[in-house]
Design a binder for this molecule. Structure first.
Ligand code: FAD
Length: 395
């Protein structure tokens, strides 16, 4: 038997929960489907279990997309302040960690509970552990075939996310539905993801696993981020690396300034005035962890003279390896650990005013499945909330 509802939302993640609640508030009968056991699984593990749910400074410039203008309408219609107002309404305590990033004081579960409460209050039926077997176009809507039966609806919202973290339920279903209905899907790749290193660098730098330093990381296109760089046993991570990874293409170099605040050459020359006998190694150990200085000397085959004897050539070499350290990653850790998926449903086929497909009545795409990807720092959830809210006004 086929059940009839107004709206089916596929994917009970961040965008789907928001959209379902909003459509429900308009009096639409809404069924929210997910193949997982729980709703909002990525929300629950996000931000180290505290969910970096938005960013106070979110604006279109914080997003990557083939059409950088596409996200503007959704972000303007449902802003970070609107989401913060919802969080306040539910009495959830939060704090700014850094750079406008807002986290729950207590637990990310509070955000999922809040969205489920909004859905419940709006009469949304959340149906988990439901496999989607196929979607068909009807004359006046869609037929969604599931492992729990068939649903006919007038609006179908695709909110099943990207490919990152398959163990949390990520599948390519959203892209497949887009292609089925003739929408273009742009090539996808892992974003906000650690880099792996070439064997010779990996061998030396693996000793630094766990060491974190300030840095300014710059991609080939000039986009740069001043945040921490973390050495891992497999390569490079930390916020600076995750951010710049979204702008990286295989084979390209990434440049790190390991002392973005101050010229180390000027500092060494200043130190040499009072302690000319101090060795380069001991001097640098005042600025960097000792293990890093050792690794740097080994990696770049630097001599270890007294700082009063630094030749012009060595100063130039130091400037290069400390302020313009170039790394060509061997790759990334891939979708297994990536926080997001770049690319996806081409925004050319969607209306930025409603998130609806331009050529298919009643079909909507929201959240990460769309070719809009945010920086690290709460921007991806804000896109999910904004695009989900917007589709919820029309679906
Ligand atoms: P998702 O939240 O991924 O939801 C998609 C839903 O669709 C899932 O519930 C999935 O089970 C379901 N689904 C998929 N395929 C199918 C199918 N075939 N059938 C049925 N259901 C299906 N962003 C931030 O802004 N702040 C953070 O702190 C943050 N931390 C993160 C930490 C980690 C480890 C990861 C992986 C991501 C993090 N992100 C963060 C990114 C953020 O989680 C995503 O951008 C956001 O969840 C995207 O929302 P969405 O609703 O589009 O997709």
């Amino acid at each position: 038997m086929t059940e009839n509802v107004d709206v089916v939302v596929i994917g009970a993640g961040a965008a789907g929960l928001m959209c379902a609640a909003e459509a429900g508030k308009r009096g639409r009968s809404v069924r929210l489907l997910d193949h997982g056991k729980k709703a909002g699984r990525k929300i629950i593990i996000s931000g180290g279990g505290r969910c970096n749910f938005t960013n106070m400074y979110a604006e279109p410039a914080n997003y990557l997309s083939q059409n950088p203008h596409f996200c503007k309408s959704a972000l303007a219609q449902y802003t970070q302040w609107d989401f913060i107002a919802m969080v306040d309404k539910h009495g959830i305590a939060y704090h700014e960690k850094t750079l406008g990033q807002l986290f729950c004081d207590d637990s990310a579960h509070q955000i999922v509970d809040m969205l489920l409460k909004e859905c419940d209050d709006a009469g949304v039926k959340v149906q988990l552990r439901t496999e989607i077997l196929g979607v068909e176009k009807l004359e006046n809507g869609f037929l969604v075939k599931t492992s729990q039966g068939e649903l006919a609806c007038t609006s179908l919202v695709v909110a099943c996310g990207g490919l990152s973290m398959p163990k949390l339920g990520a599948t390519p279903l959203g892209y497949q539905i887009a292609e089925q209905f003739g929408l273009n899907v742009l090539p996808t790749r892992a974003g906000l993801v650690p880099f792996t290193l070439q064997p010779e660098q990996k061998e030396v730098l693996a000793e630094l696993s766990g060491v974190s330093v300030d840095s300014y990381a710059t991609a080939k296109d000039g986009t740069g981020f001043k945040e921490a760089l973390l050495f891992t046993h497999r390569g490079l991570s930390g916020p600076a690396v995750l951010q710049v990874s979204s702008y990286w293409q295989p084979g390209e170099a990434v440049t790190f300034d390991l002392s973005p605040q101050e010229s180390l050459i000027d500092w060494l020359l200043e130190q040499a005035k009072t302690q000319p006998q101090l060795t380069l190694k001991n001097a640098l150990a005042r600025k960097f962890p000792k293990s890093m200085v050792e690794a740097w000397i080994k990696l770049h085959q630097l001599p270890n003279p007294a700082i009063g004897q630094l030749s012009t050539k060595l100063r130039e070499q130091l400037n290069t390896v400390l302020h313009q350290w170039q790394v060509i990653p061997s790759g990334t850790e891939g979708y297994r650990t990536a926080e997001v998926t770049l690319g996806g449903v081409d925004t050319n086929g969607l209306s930025s005013k409603t998130m609806a497909a331009k050529n298919v009545d009643g079909l909507y795409f929201i959240g990460e499945v769309v070719d809009v990807t945010g920086w690290l720092g709460g921007f991806n959830f804000q896109w999910a909330w904004s695009s989900g809210w917007l589709a919820g006004q029309y679906a």
